[in-house]
Design a protein around this ligand. Structure first.
Ligand SMILES: Cc1ncc(COP(=O)(O)O)c(C=O)c1O
Length: 367
């Protein structure tokens, strides 16, 4: 059995430190925000090469509060990719705004900047690029378009903490970067968690107020806020894990290189890494002909795999009212039919990778 993800192996190596950190919080009785959260905010901001970090309850809330902080509201349009986790689009809808989709680049699976300009209208307020699978979006071209049209840029970095674009960390390019600490992420908590990072003190303060019911001071509300605070147990766990993140991302990169070598002649397309980018391989995602039959074949051999994402967002039932017909975004639709994420976690071994590659090779050889 090779699972698509193994969270147990990581806990076992950090068990003593994590258990001690949890115990420390239990004894402190500071369970929501507090010193562990403040420490994590500073450390994550520094890691992402930003001035401020504000801990919130999830990656979804990071996006929701970021959009609210820049003033996205009813009647606005926000441009994003249809090939992402549904939360990216849903947070736009929760603001009362409309997601406007633009197709992706076939190599990076990220927004195609050349297509953004034609999607801009007088109602467009922001662009939300997603650094999907851990590969940075084409930020130079995207930021140029955003600046030319006076648009906000909110980076969805949920899958890409630590990734670099022209040497700089993702999250530091747009007005706000949004992180998820969902347990499966490269930096994962043991529950939900998220953070916004920004270089703009006013936006950091706005998100800080928004996460605490909209008041600078307890029981004094200035704006309509939320309850979305990072809890101290998660922050304490993340403070332990953060020391290892750089090493884990490096390990993922090494594993990706190994996969690339093992899979180069078997009939699948291995992931692309642009020369100006450092990919952090949250997912190692191939394009596979006869993908669904390959999934079944791997399953029979005890090998896990996942399809991110089987239905692009513009074709989800939820968004039928946006009236995007099939073939609206052919690159995204093709990616939904071909993309397959293979087991990827720092503890994966070379022999497990060989077994996975062998099984994929056997599948195509038999056809
Ligand atoms: C691209 C993307 N955006 C947003 C999210 C939402 O994050 P969370 O699950 O922490 O709410 C996720 C992950 O789940 C994601 O992969």
């Amino acid at each position: 059995m090779i699972p698509v993800l193994d969270l147990k192996a990581q806990y076992q190596t950090l068990e003593a430190d994590i258990d001690a950190a949890i115990k420390h919080v239990l004894h402190s009785t500071e369970f929501v925000l507090g010193p562990e959260v403040r420490r994590l905010e500073q450390r994550i901001a520094e890691f992402c090469e930003c001035k401020f970090g504000v801990g919130v309850a999830s990656g979804t809330d990071a996006l929701r509060l970021a959009l609210a902080a820049v003033g996205v509201g009813p009647g606005d349009q926000v441009i994003t990719t249809p090939f992402t986790f549904i939360a990216t689009a849903n947070t736009i809808s929760h603001c009362g705004a409309t997601p406007v989709f633009v197709d992706i680049d076939p190599q990076t699976f990220n927004l195609q900047p050349e297509q953004i300009a034609s999607a801009i209208t007088p109602r467009t307020k922001a662009i939300v690029p997603v650094h999907l699978y851990g590969h940075p979006a084409a930020m130079d071209a995207l930021l140029e378009i955003a600046a030319a049209h006076g648009l906000y840029v909110i980076e969805d970095c949920a899958q890409a903490i630590g990734a670099r674009y022209h040497g700089r960390r993702v999250g530091s390019f747009g007005h706000i970067g949004c992180l998820s600490f969902y347990p499966t992420k490269n930096l994962g908590a043991y529950g939900d968690g998220g953070m916004v990072v920004t270089n703009d003190s006013a936006l950091a303060e706005k998100v800080d107020i928004l996460r605490r019911q909209g008041g600078k001071q307890k029981y004094h509300a200035q704006i309509l806020g939320f309850n979305s605070r990072l809890d101290s147990l998660q922050a304490a766990i993340l403070n332990v894990k953060l020391d290892y993140l750089e090493g884990w991302n490096e390990k993922r990169r090494t594993l990706a290189q190994q996969y690339n070598g093992l899979l180069k002649d078997v009939g699948v397309v291995t992931p692309f890494e642009a020369p100006e980018c450092v990919h952090v391989y949250h997912q190692y995602t191939i394009r596979a002909p006869q993908r669904d039959a390959l999934v079944a074949h791997l399953k029979k051999r005890g090998i896990g795999s996942m399809i991110y994402y089987p239905i692009p967002i513009h074709l989800q039932e939820l968004y039928a009212s946006l009236s995007y017909p099939e073939k609206s975004f052919p690159v995204s639709e093709r990616a939904s039919a071909e993309a397959l994420s293979l087991p990827m976690y720092p503890e994966l071994t070379a022999s497990q990778q060989q077994e996975i590659a062998q099984s994929i090779g056997d599948f195509y050889q038999a056809r």
